[in-house]
Structures are given as C-alpha cells and as structure tokens.
Design a protein around this ligand. Structure first.
Ligand SMILES: [Zn+2]
Ligand SMILES: [Zn+2]
Length: 165
C-alpha cells in the first residue's frame, strides 16, 4: 500500500493517520514455515519531525505454523509496536533506512520487516509437547511406540551390569 505523504512533508510537526488492512503476499514467500492466512492490520501516525517522517503504531497479524516438535498446526497472533524513521530518498545516498520517494511511502515492506524480525524462531504447540518418535514418526503425545526399548545406551548398560554384580 502506497501512502501519500505530500500533505505533511513540507510542514514540520504535521501528522497523518495511517491505517493498513491488507494481506502482505510476500510474507508467504518466506522459508520459515509461517503462513499468514489473514490480513495484516496496522494503525498509527506519521509525524514530520524536521523532515524525518516518524511512523508510530500498532500492528497485528495472525499466522499458522507447525509445531517444531510434533508438526501439529498452531494458530497464533503477533502483536507489536512499530516505530520507524523514514527519510527522503535520493538516488545518490546509499543509506540503510526506509525512504520516501515522490511523496510516497511503501508501507508493506516496513510492516513486513517488522513482522519477520518479531517472529519466534521456533514454536511448540505446548511446552510439554513430546514430539514425534525420531525412528518411527509416532506422535508421542497421542501414543507410545516400542522404539525406545530397542535402544540401549552402552554407558547405561555398563552401569547396569556394574550394579547387578
Ligand atoms: Zn507439538
Ligand atoms: Zn517409535
């Protein structure tokens, strides 16, 4: 979504309400496994502070992702505060900052970056999730399998013999 900031770029202290209520398709191109099923919502204000446009607001996005232990689907929300400075873009300056060009801000990429930075690295359905058996794939939350009994830790076996004697 393009935001026209022409009404505030020339006036120090001027502000503009910003509302965003759209899907951000690029979020679903991530390799992270997070799927954004609904629109991303954002409400905030852009304020001109001596030529720097300060974006302040709250973002909400819902996503689904698979439990990293048992691959069950998890639905969750991400809520965060967004604070970014946006400077006037120029073709010569090679700056690592958000810019506005021709009096427009592209809000999508700013929101997208904020979402990606705030996603959890791993997500589990429950802290006590037992996960899948690495050998047979049984969901150990639902039932047990016999695999564990096959495996004898050689150190434990030696210890057992020691105590048996
Ligand atoms: Zn799980
Ligand atoms: Zn198993």
């Amino acid at each position: 979504m393009k935001i026209d900031v022409s009404s505030i770029v020339k006036i120090n202290g001027a502000s503009l309400d910003v509302k965003f209520d759209e899907a951000i398709a690029e979020l679903n191109d991530l390799e992270s496994g997070f799927v954004f099923t609904d629109v991303v919502k954002f409400e905030g204000v852009l304020t001109n502070a001596s030529g720097v446009l300060k974006l302040n607001g709250s973002l909400k996005a819902s996503y689904s992702v698979k439990c990293s232990r048992c691959v069950k689907d998890i639905e969750d929300n991400l809520e965060l505060k967004v604070r970014e400075d946006i400077i006037e873009g120029s073709e010569t300056a090679d700056v690592d900052a958000y810019t506005y060009n021709d009096n427009y801000i592209l809000l999508d990429s700013i929101l997208k970056d904020n979402i990606i930075l705030n996603l959890p690295v791993k997500k589990v359905c429950d802290d006590n999730c037992k996960g899948l058996c690495p050998r047979c794939g049984t969901n150990l939350n639902e039932k047990t399998c016999d695999c564990k009994d096959d495996y004898i830790n050689p150190q434990m076996e030696a210890l057992k013999k020691f105590f048996d004697n």
